[in-house]
Write a new protein. Structure first.
Length: 148
């Protein structure tokens, strides 16, 4: 069973938000409703470099999401694309939905002249890492965070 992937529009929020919440539960985080509202608005603001895509099954149900952020880099003359918040409903895992979402963001990045596409995941996310190791190369970098 294949999926159709497209950019999300304002009418998709009711289908997007449960997947967004499931993504947060998966990573054991809680993002406030206020931040969720700002994030959703940014996806639809042409002045913002943030984008959202959804994967839809044959019945038109959204079964996966991914977000992308275009930004500048000191390492490349071209922009860079950060793939963020990839999530596929448990019923769709193992059917290449995640790979299709990544491919969509890669195509989007190429179309926007990005020189690199990158993303992060937890070391313990072995299921996703099997896919990532097959389609991309681990950078070898370790991420650190300082709360501000």
């Amino acid at each position: 069973m294949s999926v159709a992937i497209r950019p999300l529009d304002l009418t998709d929020r009711a289908a997007w938000e449960p997947l967004w919440r499931a993504y947060q539960r998966f990573y054991d985080v809680e993002i406030s409703q206020g931040t969720t509202n700002v994030t959703w608005a940014r996806f639809h603001d042409p002045a913002e470099p943030m984008y959202a895509f959804g994967a839809f099954d044959a019945d038109g149900q959204m079964v996966g999401i991914v977000h992308a952020i275009l930004h500048r880099s000191t390492w490349l003359a071209d922009c860079t694309c950060y793939l963020q918040d990839l999530y596929v409903d448990g019923s769709r895992r193992g059917r290449r939905t995640g790979e299709a979402l990544i491919d969509t963001v890669a195509d989007f990045a190429r179309a926007n002249k990005a020189g690199r596409l990158y993303w992060l995941t937890q070391e313990s996310n072995v299921t996703a890492r099997r896919l990532y190791d097959r389609i991309a190369q681990a950078s070898g970098f370790v991420q650190y965070r300082k709360q501000l």
